[in-house]
Design a protein around this ligand. Structure first.
Ligand code: FES
Ligand code: FES
Length: 162
């Protein structure tokens, strides 16, 4: 019989405590045990970025980590982006306004990267944004609108700081 391990962690400000097999990937734990389906699985090999979450505020590909390694972690998933007032976050609003998604499969990962990038960089050029997003793939948009959306999100974020 497979030994189960209890994993205690915080996601989007809420404390969870659930059992996981020692070999279970964090992305499967988040989606299947905790029922937070916003984080997507595109490859399971660390290439596509669809599974990106923020761990202590830093982007992490959750298909590259075991659930048991997340004991005590403080994580944000795409569900945590939305402000409590029911409005869209700066990142969501910017992607919507700039038509930065088509099928939307890659979008959760890009939104989490955008949350991280706009808060942890001075004003970025388009080239810098492209470089920083090199770990996230989109099969639909050609990236142009995604770069527009990140720039727009950063402008909006800086405006809140004035
Ligand atoms: S599913 Fe994790 S990088 Fe593709
Ligand atoms: S919008 Fe379809 S993969 Fe990016």
């Amino acid at each position: 019989m497979t030994r189960m391990v209890t994993v205690n962690l915080k996601i989007n400000g809420k404390q969870y405590s659930e059992e996981a097999e020692p070999r279970l990937l964090l992305v499967h734990f988040i989606r299947d045990a905790l029922k937070l389906k916003g984080t997507h699985i595109g490859c399971d090999t660390g290439h596509c970025g669809a599974c990106t979450i923020l761990w202590d505020g830093k982007p992490v590909k959750s298909c590259q980590i075991l659930a048991v390694q997340a004991e005590g972690a403080n994580i944000m998933t795409v569900e945590g982006l939305e402000p409590e007032d029911g409005k869209l976050s700066i990142e969501q609003e910017s992607f919507r306004e700039n038509f930065a998604q088509q099928c939307g499969y890659c979008t959760p990962g890009f939104l989490m990267m955008t949350r991280y990038l706009i808060r942890n960089n001075e004003e970025m050029t388009r080239e810098e944004i492209r470089e920083k997003l090199h770990g996230n793939y989109c099969m639909c948009t050609g990236y142009q609108q995604i770069v527009d959306a990140v720039q727009d999100a950063q402008r909006k974020y800086f405006a809140t700081k004035k």
